[in-house]
Design a protein around this ligand. Structure first.
Ligand SMILES: C[S@@+](CC[C@H](N)C(=O)[O-])C[C@H]1O[C@@H](n2cnc3c(N)ncnc32)[C@H](O)[C@@H]1O
Length: 312
């Protein structure tokens, strides 16, 4: 079983001094190699089940954080508008090719640690297979909370360090790190697994009220996937997902939370906020110079550029 999402072709680099290192997917064939070969048909199907169970059937403005090539975007069909945000421009170009250009989709390259939106803008957010690459989960969640309105829904998936395979390997002496301790484990550079209690604590500290937890991908074992009929494995996983409300022992956990406490409210047509100086900017669909700091933010190929030091 390959635990890491990060494709071999991807590189990591330090993009900004004051924010944590970004796990770069620029130029990566992640979607093609990791998903489109069909080897992870089971994982894809059980994630679809979890999202169906957790996401509101409809909503206004949704933020998809670490959207990648837009694998999950069609699953948010009832939402009026979706902002696909990713650090990688090439991933978003793939997403745009898949989903097309329409006023329903807004493509934004930006860093989750420096979200370029005015406070309280969104009615919902998802972050799937992305916390996995964030060394500073607390800062990332604080950023997410800032751009969500009160009562907004947040569906967060994380890689669970306290999963059955990790526990067995640890007890058999085949794995050094302890799956029961609360700190995150970086098992490959910029790939982190989290303890469920730590994620719950971070959500609470960042003004998220946890409503539901689903355990997902219980049968992520190649031998099983080869021998057991796909539909049966998916049905079994769907059944087991509900055990997430009691204990989390699967490699992937989906959580649904609601943003609580007071926050900012967007004014007028303000949509973006300059990630350098925080000045509000409209959704212009063209290049714009920030009136606050003079930085030129470009709009090219239907993608808003809001990375401070883009690599491409
Ligand atoms: C494993 S992929 C998941 C893509 C998609 N959510 C899915 O499930 O198919 C992780 C994505 O997170 C993005 N990412 C990683 N760190 C990021 C950051 N600091 N800011 C924005 N995007 C980031 C990567 O570029 C990559 O596209």
């Amino acid at each position: 079983m390959k635990d890491s999402d990060k494709p071999a072709a991807a590189t990591s680099d330090i993009h900004q001094e004051e924010t944590p290192q970004v796990c770069s997917y620029e130029g990566s064939d992640y979607q093609e190699v990791f998903w489109d070969t069909g080897e992870r048909r089971y994982e894809d199907a059980v994630e679809e089940v979890a999202l169906k169970r957790l996401m509101p059937k409809q909503g206004n403005l949704l933020l998809e954080l670490g959207a990648g090539a837009g694998r999950n975007t069609p699953r948010y069909a009832g939402w009026e508008r979706i902002v696909l945000l990713d650090y990688s421009r090439t991933q978003l170009l793939q997403a745009r090719e898949r989903l097309g250009d329409s006023s329903r989709y807004v493509y934004v390259t930006a860093d989750i640690y420096k979200l370029p939106f005015v406070g309280g803008l969104f009615d919902g957010a998802t972050m799937i297979r992305t916390l996995h690459h964030l060394s500073d989960a607390n800062s990332a969640l604080a950023n997410v909370r800032r751009v969500l309105g009160e009562d907004a829904v947040f569906v967060l998936e994380f890689a669970n360090k306290r999963n059955l395979k990790a526990i067995a390997r640890y007890l058999l002496g085949k794995q050094k790190w302890n799956p029961f301790t609360k700190e995150q484990v970086e098992f490959v550079a910029l790939n982190y697994n989290f303890h469920p209690k730590t994620v719950r604590k971070l959500l609470k500290e960042n003004q998220f009220a946890l409503e539901k937890q689903l355990t997902v991908s219980h049968f992520r074992i190649n031998a099983l996937k080869r021998r057991v009929k796909h539909e049966i494995l998916v049905a079994l996983d769907s059944l087991f997902q509900h055990t997430g409300g009691i204990i989390q022992l699967s490699p992937s956990v989906f959580t649904k939370s609601v943003a609580v406490g007071s926050g900012q409210k967007p004014e007028g047509d303000a949509f973006f906020a300059c990630p350098i100086c925080d000045t509000s900017l409209p959704e212009a669909r063209e290049n714009q110079t920030c009136p606050g700091c003079g930085h030129l933010w470009t709009y090219e190929d239907g993608i808003y550029e809001f990375r401070i030091n883009p690599e491409s």
